[in-house]
Design a protein. Structure first.
Length: 160
């Protein structure tokens, strides 16, 4: 599963770089500009995981561009206010291209399935489909059997 997260992260970062260089945040345009390149560089990922990486990158780019516009517009006012108070002008911190060292893979109904009775989940990975058992903590037991939508696969301190 580490290889799956590694390739998912590579796809995410590749889409982010493309979007940042082309000042693009539209998901369809990003898809057209990056799908085949990410398919070549991340051969183990199924198409749905590539698309989910692009969706996450689109969300990150929209957030970064919004943050950039907001802070570029508001910085002159902050400088003026600081100088008026006799304080040093704050330095401007430009927005940077979103990137991740380990981006959690987003799974959807096409890339994972849960069997609540046996407490197993079947995930698409770079090595094919894998069935993994899980436990539901007592405080989350009320959600057992609920409809599934999307889920992020997170690795924390060597645990999934």
């Amino acid at each position: 599963m580490s290889e799956t997260l590694s390739q998912f992260t590579d796809a995410f970062n590749q889409v982010c770089r493309y979007g940042w260089e082309h000042q693009e945040k539209n998901g369809v345009t990003l898809h057209h500009g990056t799908y085949y390149d990410t398919k070549i560089t991340c051969p183990g990922l199924v198409s749905d995981l590539l698309i989910q990486a692009r969706v996450k990158a689109t969300e990150a780019l929209k957030s970064a561009f919004t943050w950039k516009a907001k802070h570029e517009a508001g910085h002159p006012k902050k400088v003026e206010k600081a100088l008026k108070r006799g304080k040093p002008a704050p330095t401007f911190k430009p927005a940077k291209c979103p990137q991740s060292t380990l981006c959690p893979a987003r799974y959807n109904v096409h890339t994972y399935s849960i069997t609540w009775e046996t407490q197993t989940v079947r995930l698409s990975t770079t090595q094919g489909k894998q069935t993994i058992s899980f436990t539901v903590p007592h405080y989350s037991a009320q959600y057992t059997g609920c409809k599934i939508a999307t889920a992020d696969l997170i690795s924390r301190k060597g645990k999934w």
